[in-house]
Design a protein around this ligand. Structure first.
Ligand SMILES: [Zn+2]
Length: 283
């Protein structure tokens, strides 16, 4: 099934005031090479004049992004997954995005009174990939479940990272089949789906009472100043967010923002991160 993605209006706020932004007729350096058949490489972003959200448009068949080639390139074999995992967890803390992420969540946990006295809160990590995040969360006392559509990633999460793992596509999983968790995390996941509002809205069914969602997204406002070659604008990202569009995404999906922050990560990524809770009418 082919997948052509174009947005005539801002997919987050609905505004039709979209200004031209970066245009690509060759892949930027460092981008994964996908097979788009005969269709020439051509894509462009537009930026919403109202909320600052970047949306990606192309006539290329983007189903190639999801047909397994992407995962194959990332996880060539079980040893390859393990080597990459070990390389990342071996990074000194000042160079590790993951260490910063876990520290941020631990800082939140220490101030979030609804979690006072919770011995081992549970976390569902959606799109866990190499499972470096659930692994590090487990070491700080969380019960973690890694969710990934790729069987190899789930097996790796179980056997190497030592966490529970579920092989499933979050968008296709039965509501309720993923358990209910104190924290559900989306670490650079929602920019990869065509409809991030729909994906985030589905999270309500796997949140415990007082549950919180942690979201990390690429920061288009920060990255755009560095030009079109930034990885935040690679082809896998249908969406690149602004502070405003992340907040509007949360509201549209039935959440309210507890905190929202712009950071520059050790890897140099421009990133937005937020903690969300269900809006009162969703609880
Ligand atoms: Zn907008």
């Amino acid at each position: 099934m082919s997948l052509i993605v174009r947005f005539d209006a801002c997919p987050i706020c609905g505004s039709s005031d979209l200004a031209p932004s970066f245009v690509y007729d060759t892949p930027p350096e460092g981008e994964t090479k996908f097979d788009f058949g005969e269709t020439p490489y051509q894509r462009f972003y537009r930026v919403c004049e109202r909320c600052g959200h970047f949306s990606s448009n192309s006539d290329m068949d983007l189903s190639a992004l999801y047909d397994g080639a992407y995962v194959d390139a990332t996880y060539s074999d079980a040893d390859g997954i393990r080597r990459t995992f070990e390389k990342i967890i071996g990074l000194p803390s000042e160079r590790s995005d993951n260490t910063g992420r876990v520290a941020c969540i631990e800082a939140f946990r220490s101030t979030h009174s609804a979690w006072d006295g919770k011995e081992a809160p549970s976390c569902l990590d959606v799109g866990s990939g190499l499972a470096v995040f659930p692994y590090a969360m487990r070491l700080t006392g969380w019960r973690c479940t890694a969710l990934d559509p790729d069987q190899r990633a789930a097996e790796h999460a179980r056997s190497v990272a030592g966490v529970e793992a579920i092989t499933a596509d979050f968008l296709e999983a039965e509501p309720g089949s993923l358990g209910r968790h104190d924290l559900v995390s989306f670490n650079k996941v929602l920019e990869h789906v065509v409809d991030p509002i729909d994906m985030l809205r589905r999270t309500h069914s796997c949140l415990a009472p007082d549950g919180v969602v942690y979201v990390e997204l690429p920061d288009g406002e920060g990255a755009a100043d560095d030009g079109p070659g930034r990885e935040e604008f690679f082809i896998e990202h249908h969406h690149v967010f602004s502070l405003a569009s992340l907040a509007l995404l949360a509201v549209a999906a039935g959440f309210r923002v507890l905190s929202l922050e712009r950071i520059r990560e050790p890897s140099t990524k421009f990133t937005l991160r937020a903690f969300l809770e269900a809006a009162p009418d969703q609880q």
